[in-house]
Design a protein around this ligand. Structure first.
Ligand SMILES: [Zn+2]
Length: 562
């Protein structure tokens, strides 16, 4: 108890939260620890084998369970759903990229595209003090009552990644080698030396997250403090075969090295638990989605082209497009797909838009399909009266498509094909930019936009086994008033309403999640308040061309942009 008092007294008096809590709180403060992409499929065996003693103790003393992700279970959609307590149909973030049909261009999403208020803005307005460290979809950072250090979609340390702005120089001074580099060195899957280097880089990022949390938490004071360890996800993408109990028996040395990387994470968690205890905070550990093996890439644009919905240019045109791409690369460096609008799409596919009725314009786990509707974009050819029929026809054909796995199983390629507005329960009129269809691939498949070879699924070779996302993430809660040893499953959309209710705050009536009451020994009082105002649309472009180039390389490296 003495330690708690001492730490609070060190803080300048003006920085302590004095906000009134209208309801009786069950949590004085909340520390949220995000483990991007974490899954119990990896963690359980590590916990059982003693690689993560601190996390094990934490789980035994609190509640834990599966945290279901968004559809699609992809980083930007999932973390934004967490931050807003609302689904992608409301906040507008479905993928890293966004296709704008009227201008026929692709852009990267940033905080400017989030149409709903976030937990940080909401708590700030209520007078609580917040700190957010490396949460994805927080670049550029927005003003809050506290501080914000943006996430991995920050182009580089040259960008303005902190709020307040002067915090940036301080971070670069306090945290040596602070970086947004996530690239996994490619020879990693070959030599043990390079693997060790990559793992060390990742573990070092965990240490940096801890240093930032304690330093900024103490400097600014906090009621809700959050840090995300993003490279847990990168580690799983790149080293899945060393982590998956089904395959890692073949690689005992690498399995041990990857396990030790999680032990370094566990040391950091132990320090964070102690920090939370000193500050009498409830701890929430969460991931944005789970992880599993990447078995293959589904190629919907190949199917659309074979079925006559998508028309590729002639062989000559395709060769010319490729040659232009190479020429550009030789003279001006690698061309991003964002340069000059859709030229990237053209380079990959050489689409003849005058004869194309439907195309998957971007892909991130799911495929985002747009119908080339007359009147919506510059090349529209599908008459509006044909829209419904064409969409139903595409759903039927895509759902019926099957693939034989290398192990002989035959499964659908796209078990779910959603009309986006139906999936999210929103109106198309209010959200004209939504994709017409969302293609959810069979678990283990990731959707690709480009076409390689002539099969609907390009299977991955077992020797190159990498990871991809699954819907089942993790949740663990511990601290004052938290039940002991219970299993509690929830959805990522439930976290923000739960944090609000636990802090003794009312929950905006338009939040779509539920308060996770069963996590607590004392039921939080749940009262609603009027809906939040929408965030005004902004036409600001967050990324420069050079930023986009950097970001595209980072995301391509993880296999998100293909
Ligand atoms: Zn993620």
């Amino acid at each position: 108890m003495d330690a708690t008092v001492a730490i609070r007294n060190e803080r300048p008096a003006g920085q302590r939260a004095v906000a009134k809590r209208p309801l009786k709180p069950v949590a004085e403060r909340v520390l949220i620890i995000g483990l991007d992409g974490a899954t119990f499929d990896v963690l359980d065996p590590l916990l059982d084998a003693g690689y993560m003693p601190q996390f094990k103790r934490f789980m035994d003393g609190g509640v834990a369970g599966v945290l279901h992700s968004t559809q699609p279970p992809i980083t930007p959609a999932a973390w934004t759903t967490f931050m807003t307590g609302k689904g992608p149909g409301r906040h507008g973030i479905l993928d890293f990229e966004k296709y704008d049909a009227p201008t026929h261009t692709l852009t990267f999403n940033s905080t400017y595209e989030i149409r709903e208020k976030t937990l940080w803005q909401l708590l700030s307005e209520k007078g609580l003090r917040v700190g957010s460290i490396n949460v994805p979809m927080t670049y550029p950072p927005k003003p809050v009552n506290g501080f914000m250090i943006s996430g991995f979609e920050t182009p580089s340390i040259n960008a303005q990644f902190a709020w307040p702005a002067e915090l940036k120089e301080e971070i670069l001074h306090v945290v040596p080698n602070y970086s947004y580099r996530t690239n996994w060195r490619r020879r990693a899957l070959g030599g043990a030396g390079v693997l060790a280097e990559n793992l060390d880089y990742i573990a070092h990022s965990f240490d940096q997250g801890l240093a930032l949390t304690r330093y900024c938490g103490d400097k600014f004071g906090w009621d809700v403090l959050m840090v995300v360890f993003k490279l847990v996800d990168n580690l799983q993408h790149k080293a899945w075969k060393y982590l998956d109990p089904q395959t890692n028996g073949r690689y005992p040395a690498q399995r041990e090295m990857a396990g030790r990387c999680f032990t370094r994470l566990d040391n950091v968690l132990g320090e964070l638990f102690a920090y939370a205890e000193r500050n009498a905070a409830t701890v929430v550990i969460m991931s944005d989605h789970g992880h599993g093996s990447l078995d293959g890439k589904a190629q919907p644009n190949l199917l659309l082209s074979q079925w006559g919905y998508l028309s590729l240019g002639s062989g000559w045109e395709q060769a010319a497009t490729r040659a232009a791409g190479w020429l550009h690369r030789l003279t001006k460096g690698r061309m991003t797909r964002f340069e000059q609008g859709n030229r990237g799409i053209e380079r990959e596919l050489a689409v003849d838009w005058t004869r194309t009725r439907a195309c998957v314009m971007h892909a991130g786990i799911y495929g985002y399909l747009y119908i080339n509707l007359k009147g919506r974009g510059p090349h529209g050819i599908v008459p509006p009266e044909d829209y419904d029929r064409l969409r139903d026809e595409l759903i039927e054909r895509l759902r019926a498509e099957q693939a034989a796995h290398p192990d002989g199983r035959v499964t659908p390629v796209f078990p779910q094909v959603h009309k986006t507005e139906e999936l999210y329960g929103c109106s198309r009129e209010a959200n004209p930019g939504l994709p017409d269809l969302l293609l959810a691939p069979y678990p283990g498949l990731a959707v690709a936009r480009k076409i390689r070879g002539g099969k609907a699924v390009r299977w991955c070779r077992g020797s190159r086994l990498e990871g991809t996302h699954r819907e089942e993430g993790i949740l663990a809660v511990g601290g004052p008033n938290v039940r002991c040893g219970a299993r509690v499953d929830a959805n990522i959309i439930d976290i923000t309403p739960t944090v609000l209710a636990a802090l003794g705050l009312r929950v905006p009536v338009d939040m779509e999640g539920q308060v996770i009451r069963q996590a607590f020994t004392v039921e939080p009082v749940v009262e609603q308040e009027p809906p939040l105002e929408k965030v005004a649309a902004s036409a600001v472009e967050a990324y420069s061309e050079e930023d986009r180039r950097v970001l595209e390389r980072r995301l391509s490296d993880l296999g998100y942009l293909e």
